[in-house]
Design a protein around this ligand. Structure first.
Ligand SMILES: [Zn+2]
Ligand SMILES: [Zn+2]
Length: 104
């Protein structure tokens, strides 16, 4: 189960310095032969996901405890190559050089 929660805590993203986060609580309900086990035995986990870069922070024990970085940001590293004509650094996905306009 996954639930988005409202949390009054300001966190600054260690990666992009943004302070807008989505707080998520997840739990796993263990049930034995369909008999639900009391709420306290559920495995609860607390996360915050940066709305800007997607970095996931995981809290140790509840949203007011310390946190660690649990997931890397959704950053696409673009491979840089040199233009065959003018030598500028351009991203590999560019089919035209933005500097000199030549097709790669
Ligand atoms: Zn971020
Ligand atoms: Zn060029």
């Amino acid at each position: 189960m996954r639930q988005t929660v409202e949390v009054n805590r300001r966190i600054v993203c260690p990666i992009c310095q943004n302070d807008r986060f989505e707080f998520i609580k997840t739990y796993q309900c263990f049930s034995l032969f369909f008999i639900p086990i009391p709420f306290l035995s559920w495995d609860k986990r607390y996360f915050a996901v940066c709305k800007n870069c997607g970095t996931t922070l995981q809290f140790r024990n509840g949203f007011n405890s310390d946190y660690i970085i649990a997931g890397a940001p959704r950053r696409r590293e673009e491979t840089k190559v040199r233009c065959r004509f003018c030598g500028s650094l351009i991203s590999e996905s560019n089919s035209y050089c933005p500097e000199c306009g030549n097709k790669q």
